[in-house]
Design a protein around this ligand. Sequence first.
Ligand SMILES: [Zn+2]
Length: 302
Amino acid sequence: MASMTDISFRSWQIGDIKVTRIVESESVFDIPTMFPKASAEEVQKLDWLKPHFVTDDWQGKLSIHALVVETPELTIVVDTCIGNDRDRLAYETSNNLQTAFMQDFEAAGFDREKVDVVLCTHLHFDHVGWNTMKVGDAWVPTFPNARYLFNRAEFEYWRDTQDEATEDMFLNVQKNVFIDSVKPVIDAGLVDLVDENHRVSDEVWLEPTPGHSPGHVCIRLRSQGQDAFITGDMVHHPFQFANAEWSMASVDYDSDMATATRARVYGEVADQPVLVIGTHFAGVTAGRVRKDGASYRFDAEE
Ligand SMILES: [Zn+2]
């Protein structure tokens, strides 16, 4: 994992909306290991992935970051990374993190007590961590004056499977996640369960994109005729624009559904004036989806 001292607070303006990226970590991964259908040979044909999204030797780059969305009325945090102090023993690189994420959040000019809304695209461990922070032995809400919005179907799935015994490593990690990063904000009365098309304001709304998780949502932004789209984990990495079937199969709730969702959304945003901001895209993080023969590509926006 990269150190926290060298990050920049990349930001984008969409009409009257400002989006600021706060990076928790950046890392590299072996693409065919994490995405079994994506052969190295096929991926290495995609020269547009360089330099932002793959290393010189074609390792995938992955960023874990939060996106702070400031509209004229609201400060909204979209996805809250992994968080510090967590018991994630099954995932060595996520276990008991001690990053400077909250110091960076403040250095970027934000006050956790002035956040109005926390939006989680889904409730996987790397999207809900800083929902809470550890104070003494207790998990307390990091954003005490915010409403936390969870898609009802997503929340109910994790709540209702919490007591099911499983051998699945990921699902067992998720049980800890529910206890330390989801339940405390429920117990504090800060959560609103919303539907998958919920409108947060005139400028910000959810769009259903199920598959990677049962109730996954993306975030749409529109202001002054400008549009942006925050991906969540509908798409983890830009190489997936070249082939919607390249799923992160081991943790998908329903990979066929995830593929169908990607194919639909690619068709909707390709060659449209929509800035696509990736929740795990490294480097410049944002860009435009273009038709590329029978498929799509992602043009990084410098
Ligand atoms: Zn994720």
